[in-house]
Design a protein around this ligand. Structure first.
Ligand SMILES: N[C@@H](CCC(=O)N[C@@H](CS)C(=O)NCC(=O)O)C(=O)O
Length: 214
């Protein structure tokens, strides 16, 4: 585990453009907590239209959170790029060539096979409440998400983490939407390896919940 003192970004200013409940932005808050890095938040409201403003376009012209203001003064978009930026030079991005490529595979898996299938039903059923659990579109998202969950569960059999013996940014990337699956009407309780992995992640020092205790 990398402590704050040994992290190449220790003591440097990091600011996150996020929304209160964004799972993609939670990845970055999780990463900073686990890596012992201090992060300040600039929190926007999608419903209020904040992401459509000219000011936000200067942060991320793609009009999405998260974006990270780096110590070099650049706004960096896309959760996976930000995780890579934060993890480089630490065990969170393994130095070994194959392990690093395997981390990259899981990051791609998250974006192409996992994230939308979990994020969309959560957004529409739980956050916006514009869809019902059994709407055909939600059922279709969950069918896709269950396939992704089955792949993760099979991979995690006999392993503590997705790549190698220690947690990496791959685990951080997959944690938020897997852990909030129930908000999209999922029941992942039959996936014992995922359930154990989620508990293992929650037990790591510096774990940061989605919502800070009031
Ligand atoms: N590929 C992006 C996805 C980011 C994303 O979907 N962000 C959502 C919040 S979780 C957002 O900004 N939605 C507003 C919009 O797309 O209009 C990433 O991994 O950072």
């Amino acid at each position: 585990m990398t402590t704050q003192a040994s992290h190449p970004l220790a003591g440097k200013p990091l600011e996150l453009a996020d929304t209160l409940r964004s799972g993609n932005a939670w990845k970055i808050r999780l990463a900073c907590g686990l890596m012992g890095l201090r992060l300040t938040r600039r929190t926007f409201d999608i419903v209020r239209g904040d992401l459509e403003s000219d000011a936000f376009a200067r942060i991320n012209p793609w009009r999405q959170v998260p974006a990270l203001l780096t110590p070099e003064g650049h706004w960096l978009a896309e959760s996976q790029a930000i995780l890579w930026y934060l993890g480089m030079g630490t065990p969170w991005v393994p130095a070994d060539r194959l392990a690093q490529a395997q981390v990259s595979s899981w990051l791609s898996f998250e974006q192409t096979q996992h994230m939308h299938a979990f994020a969309q039903p959560r957004l529409l059923i739980h956050l916006r409440q514009t869809a019902k659990r059994d709407d055909p579109e939600m059922v279709a998202w969950r069918a896709a998400g269950m396939k992704a969950a089955a792949l993760m569960d099979a991979h995690l059999a006999g392993r503590n983490y997705l790549v190698g013996m220690a947690p990496t940014i791959a685990d951080i990337a997959l944690y938020p939407y897997t852990s909030m699956a129930d908000e999209g009407g999922y029941d992942l309780s039959d996936f014992a390896h995922i359930t154990a992995w989620l508990a293992r992640m929650r037990a790591l020092p510096g774990f940061t919940p989605l919502m800070e205790a009031a």
